[in-house]
Design a protein around this ligand. Structure first.
Ligand SMILES: NC(=O)c1ccc[n+]([C@@H]2O[C@H](COP(=O)([O-])OP(=O)(O)OC[C@H]3O[C@@H](n4cnc5c(N)ncnc54)[C@H](O)[C@@H]3O)[C@@H](O)[C@H]2O)c1
Length: 115
């Protein structure tokens, strides 16, 4: 059987890929490698680095820290809701990426091209 494993480089996904390959299935693993590791994917499976929200291949380039990079980043909208009454329409990462991606596809020049 052909099996597609989304998040195939993650903890659960990589174990699922190995078990499926060992059971004789033809496995394709998809992962954007945001949290998973390429090396965790069984080499007998076909691997595609792909983001399931945008549908695009996103090359990951690791480099040294840049001046101004924060050590840790946390985001919480409680204060703006309390003080200004603003609340986010999207709070989960997938719809945040999906709506931002749609906007950038519609406005490839960004905000400056709108002025
Ligand atoms: N590990 C556990 O013990 C455990 C227990 C119960 C539930 N879960 C749940 O099961 C799910 C998987 O857990 P896990 O431990 O394997 O997590 P994980 O972070 O190791 O694996 C998830 C994988 O999905 C990939 N991914 C995420 N968003 C993606 C996207 N848009 N496109 C492509 N790839 C994407 C990540 O890069 C990662 O490799 C999670 O939702 C987790 O909360 C895990």
């Amino acid at each position: 059987m052909n099996v597609l494993v989304a998040g195939g480089a993650g903890y659960i996904g990589s174990h699922a890929v190995r078990q499926l390959v060992e059971a004789g299935h033809r496995v394709v693993a998809l992962d954007n490698l945001h949290r998973g590791h390429r090396g965790a994917v069984d080499p007998r499976a076909v691997f595609h680095q792909l983001d399931l929200v945008s549908g695009t291949e996103i090359p990951v380039v690791y480099g040294p820290r840049r001046a101004g990079d924060p050590a840790v980043l946390y985001a919480n909208a409680d204060k703006i809701r309390r003080e200004l009454g603003w609340s986010a329409r999207y709070t989960e990462i997938e719809p945040i990426i999906a709506t931002a991606w749609k906007w950038f596809q519609k406005h490839p020049g960004g905000y400056e091209s709108e002025q």
